[in-house]
Design a protein around this ligand. Structure first.
Ligand SMILES: Nc1ncnc2c1ncn2[C@@H]1O[C@H](COP(=O)(O)OP(=O)(O)OP(=O)(O)O)[C@@H](O)[C@H]1O
Ligand SMILES: [Mg+2]
Ligand SMILES: [Mg+2]
Length: 701
């Protein structure tokens, strides 16, 4: 016996609240309901909003009046992202999750057994359970409103805060269904309880009328029927049957005690989704895993089970197996849930699960004398696992209203604890499968270590390529062909050389300080020498056994030092360095000595440069014979003007380079090193002079 709209509502029947405000007639619609929101009580703050503050406010336009307090469900419509993570398809489907979660909470609390989900042709989604029904009696703190209306229109209202009405619920904020209400163009609630059927309707969060007693009924439960608001989700936004079906099915797997009936209007379906299905899985997660992995060949049969905590509410259920073949596009997956709420970003329960598996496997390795089990990390255990983990705990803490991640510390503790014994038993009970699993995981660990090593080598190579020493003035040409690196002694010479060079093909690396006496240095010392390691960096090579000639970033390496004893010493050290750490570069004729002049001889407009004393004498006896000459001696490269340096030493068209070559025999090489590194600098200088001269005659570049 249905009552007409203006029939007495619950409040007229109830003796409790007096005087109850007159119920708003349904016909007045949402505006009327909005108008009912109480205006702020004028008390103390009034004194502040006087003339004193007015000028300031006028100047900035930002005053107390700018601070808004959003009433009722307004904040949800203004900032849906805060409550459902956005307004996209995922957010849209989150509305279903909220409503389904509430029905599941009734089921998990053992008050409901059956949930019906219906998507109809008009796009309305209905979720009905046979639980206790949302209370419809007047709410003690909200005179004139039923608990139902409070639950639907007031944020942070709910029966799951104290743990009295629900033990381990997915709901905990008292926000979920009110948010759905706020974001629905229309939402209708039907409640069956206390021998009656009750109904109340809403639009965009506003009541369309008071809760009505529709008529007597012996049924129990709650039905929420709603259609998301296109103003929020965009025109044409609609539920996707496949997605709803998947969500409903995974819920059914999570709680064996529930049966979910699925119905979808055929015209809404565009794929394989069934129009009707009965979702009931007494096998729980073990069944879910079996379905998810399909035909994939696994290392062991699944390790699955369910354990309840003793003494207090709490349980964990899991199913896990491993494969080398990968599950679909991923190597592995972990899907976790808390109180049947999916936690795609994991959280403490997943951490506890991983920890339990690692510890169990390591302990088993110890037990069986498999030392390599020590290498195992959580990553090795989980990377190729297909795992489902579901926990039930009191007062869970999640990150945000969409509950993507569980943050209760208890999650980790409980899962780790409850899983320990079952996993130990599972391993020791069947050594064959335990050994197979351990071997498989150790293999993963070893692969990981190898990958890391390879990566380190790669990274080192990459840095060498990318990170050139700061003091290198590189040439612009990228390819080695036609390029030269001038190794210059000191910063001032480096400065002149930088000005004198052809930027396109000539790079300058100034070396500061004394380089090591490399003939006697150990390999380690060599590596530690900053100047030499910069040199290797600039060249793009690794000195020693890892040297590869094709890494050389330049076609020619030119040692350019002052034409004096110190310069000769440094040149000798460098040649020795090349000889010892990259002889192939010398063997292939890639190392040269620049031959800067020592003198400038001038007679009127005529001027020439002389490399050394002999050359000077020769020029004096020929070109400048009988002329009144002026002879200048260069103290170092840094003293030369850039143009002079270019002309005499660096310009490929005019300069002369001496190629450094290796003597033919081993003894001669030893002798060469001996002489290069000999104590007497003068002898070394002479050696270089001689050899340079020899090379010059031999080779013009
Ligand atoms: N299907 C239902 N059966 C019984 N009571 C319900 C049902 N749906 C909602 N409720 C009641 O309404 C309250 C508010 O629901 P709502 O979804 O807004 O918040 P919540 O579930 O408590 O927390 P959360 O914001 O985390 O979902 C619930 O706490 C519960 O008391
Ligand atoms: Mg909820
Ligand atoms: Mg609420």
């Amino acid at each position: 016996m249905a009552k007409p709209a203006e029939a007495p509502s619950l409040f007229d029947l109830s003796p409790a609240p007096s005087p109850a405000p007159a119920p708003v007639p349904a016909s007045e619609g949402p505006r009327a309901a909005q108008g009912r929101s109480p205006s702020p009580a004028p008390d103390k703050p009034q004194a502040l909003s006087s003339a004193a503050t007015a000028p300031v406010a006028a100047a900035s336009g930002y005053s107390a009046a700018s601070i808004e307090v959003l009433e009722g469900l307004e904040p949800v419509r203004k900032r849906p992202g805060m409550y459902i993570g956005g307004t996209d398809e995922r957010a849209l489907h989150h509305l279903f999750a909220e409503v389904l979660d509430n029905a599941m909470d009734e089921a998990v609390a053992r008050h409901a057994k059956r949930i019906e989900v219906v998507l109809d042709a008009e796009g309305f989604l209905s979720v009905r359970d046979d639980g206790r029904g949302i209370p419809v009696d007047p709410h003690p703190k909200h005179p004139g409103k039923s608990a139902l209306e409070v639950v639907m229109t007031v944020l942070h209202s709910g029966g799951k805060f104290s743990g009295k009405a629900y033990e381990t619920s997915g709901g905990l904020h008292g926000v979920g269904v009110s948010v759905v209400n706020a974001l629905s163009e229309r939402l209708e609630v039907t409640v069956w309880r206390d021998g009656f059927e009750w109904r109340q309707s809403f639009s965009r969060g506003h009541v369309l009328g008071p809760v009505e007693q529709v008529g007597p009924s012996r049924k129990r439960g709650t039905l929420i029927r709603f259609r998301p608001d296109e103003e929020i989700f965009g025109v044409g936004a609609a539920f996707k049957p496949a997605r709803l079906f998947r969500m409903a099915r995974s819920k059914a797997y999570l709680f064996r005690g529930v049966e979910i009936r699925w119905t979808c209007a055929a015209e809404r379906i565009t794929d394989q989704t069934p129009t009707e299905a009965l979702l009931h899985f007494p096998g729980g997660l073990a069944d879910a895993l079996a379905e998810r992995i399909g035909e994939v060949e696994t290392v062991t049969p699944a390790f699955a089970g369910r354990v309840e905590r003793q003494g207090e509410a709490g349980a964990v259920e899991w199913a896990v197996t491993w494969t080398a073949a990968g599950f679909g596009e991923a190597d592995g997956f972990v899907s976790s849930y808390c109180n049947t709420v999916s936690t795609p970003d994991g959280g403490t329960h997943e951490a506890g699960f991983r920890a339990a598996l690692v510890k169990g496997l390591k302990a088993y390795g110890e037990l069986t004398g498999e030392k390599r089990a020590g290498l195992i990390t959580a990553e090795d255990v989980i990377a190729n696992a297909g795992a489902l983990v579901s926990v039930f705990i009191r007062n869970p803490e999640f990150q945000g209203q969409t509950k993507d991640r569980l943050s209760s510390p208890e999650g980790q503790r409980m899962v780790e604890q409850l899983l320990r014994d079952p996993f130990d038993h599972w391993l020791t009970e069947s050594p064959k499968q335990a050994n197979a699993l351990l071997a498989f995981i150790i293999e993963r660990a070893e692969e990981r270590l190898k990958r890391r090593k390879d990566k380190e080598v790669q990274r080192a190579a990459a840095t060498r390529k990318l990170r050139l020493p700061g003091k290198l003035a590189d040439c612009t040409r990228q390819a080695a062909e036609g390029t030269e690196l001038f190794i210059v002694e000191g910063d001032s010479a480096g400065g002149s050389a930088k000005q004198a060079r052809d930027r396109n093909t000539q790079a300058i690396l100034p070396l500061r300080g004394k380089i090591l006496n490399v003939a006697s240095a150990t390999a380690d010392k060599l590596r530690q020498n900053q100047e030499l390691s910069d040199l290797a960096l600039a060249l793009g090579v690794q000195p020693g056994s890892r040297f590869r000639i094709e890494d050389l970033r330049y076609e020619r390496i030119v040692i350019m030092t002052d034409a004096d004893v110190d310069g000769a010493h440094i040149a000798a050290l460098l040649i020795t360095f090349f000889y010892r750490s990259m002889p192939e570069a010398i063997r292939q004729g890639r190392v040269f000595l620049a031959l800067p002049p020592l003198y400038r001889i001038q007679a009127g407009a005529l001027s020439e440069y002389a490399r050394d004393d002999a050359h000077r004498d020769e020029l004096l006896a020929t070109t400048f014979k009988g002329k009144k000459v002026e002879i200048g001696r260069f103290k170092g490269l840094g003293e030369m003007m850039a143009a002079q340096l270019k002309e005499t030493t660096m310009d490929p068209k005019k300069r002369t380079l001496a190629r450094v070559t290796l003597p033919a025999s081993e003894e001669e090489i030893e002798d060469l090193v001996e002489r290069l590194m000999g104590r007497k600098a003068e002898a070394r200088y002479q050696f270089i002079q001689e050899n340079a001269r020899f090379a010059t005659a031999d080779l013009d570049v």
